[in-house]
Design a protein around this ligand. Structure first.
Ligand SMILES: Cc1cc2nc3c(=O)[nH]c(=O)nc-3n(C[C@H](O)[C@H](O)[C@H](O)COP(=O)(O)OP(=O)(O)OC[C@H]3O[C@@H](n4cnc5c(N)ncnc54)[C@H](O)[C@@H]3O)c2cc1C
Length: 272
């Protein structure tokens, strides 16, 4: 028998103090992953530190060529935000295909990215856009943030406060949904910048990853034809109830092509 105490933090400082004071405490955002985890007895934190009343962790804004999203911003808010839609429509579209309306109205970007489920959607946008993850202690480049399955560069007691997304010339996301949960069996985010082309894949590894061979091919020739000569090596991919490694390799190739088609169909964003 164990007990978990609930604390509602009124400010970031209060939340950080609670996490410092109790080694086994965990932050709580939407609870869409953490609460089921507790129910299944897969975690037994001493305290849940509820972040949801910390208004400073909410909201979206654009400054220059950067879109800022607060960690507590819910998936449904990202999907419906005209600011996000104007800056990075692919991010709105991605948010709109996460899970179901119930999960989208509770789950948050910060909770999803901190959790780093290998089949979650947001990590592909964070990595594909080369975002900065802002925390209570520092900023972490996306390339350094995602470490392994459910593992990130976050230290104990560190809270994700928000994200800075460089606004691309254009970007697109395409995923093959697990029909029951909505999670990505494979999802591919492609983003084009003045000086870079990034391809991030979720659902097909221990954690989200960049497909560098596709990036190199598309940097040389931004066309569907350029993908004809690049293949994914299935020996590096996982096998599970959702598909064999060979099937996942095929999905990565297919959904990279679909994502690229959607990107190429868009006009290039005009710089201010
Ligand atoms: C039925 C179902 C279907 C789903 N389908 C999808 C899907 O299709 N695609 C998808 O991407 N996701 C899916 N999810 C997951 C969903 O998007 C969750 O919202 C997300 O995984 C966790 O976000 P949360 O805000 O609920 O975090 P919580 O559950 O509150 O927390 C998750 C973890 O992150 C930590 N944490 C929370 N906030 C912070 C923070 N600010 N800083 C540091 N650590 C923090 C918590 O301590 C916990 O370890 C699904 C979930 C369910 C229940």
């Amino acid at each position: 028998m164990y007990e978990t105490l609930y604390l509602r933090a009124a400010s970031l400082d209060e939340a950080l103090a609670a996490l410092r004071e109790h080694d086994e405490a965990r932050p709580l955002s939407g609870g869409m992953t953490l609460i089921p985890t507790l129910k299944q007895r897969l975690a037994a934190p001493s305290h849940l530190v509820d972040l949801t009343r910390i208004d400073a962790l909410r909201g979206v804004s654009v400054e220059g060529d950067v879109l800022r999203v607060g960690a507590l911003t819910k998936h449904a808010e990202v999907a419906a935000s005209p600011v996000v839609a104007a800056a990075i429509p692919a991010l709105s579209q991605l948010a709109s295909v996460i899970a179901d309306p119930q999960v989208r109205n509770r789950g948050t970007m910060g909770g999803s990215v901190a959790n780093n489920d290998p089949a979650a959607d947001y990590p592909s946008a964070v990595l594909g856009l080369g975002a900065q993850v802002l925390t209570s202690h520092r900023r972490i480049a996306a390339d350094d943030f995602f470490v392994d399955t459910f593992e990130t560069a976050l230290e104990p007691g560190e809270i994700v406060t928000g994200f800075e997304y460089p606004i691309p010339l254009r970007a697109a996301y395409a995923k093959f949904r697990q029909p029951a949960s909505g999670y990505a069996v494979v999802g591919v985010f492609v983003a084009q910048f003045d000086d870079a082309l990034r391809v991030a894949v979720t659902g097909a590894g221990a954690s989200v990853f960049r497909w560098f061979d596709a990036e190199r091919a598309l940097a040389a020739d931004l066309s569907e034809a350029a993908l004809a000569d690049v293949e994914v090596d299935p020996s590096t991919l996982p096998e599970d109830a959702n598909g064999s490694a060979a099937y996942r390799a095929h999905l990565i190739e297919t959904y990279t092509r679909r994502s690229l088609q959607a990107l190429l169909a868009q006009p290039l964003r005009r710089r201010a």
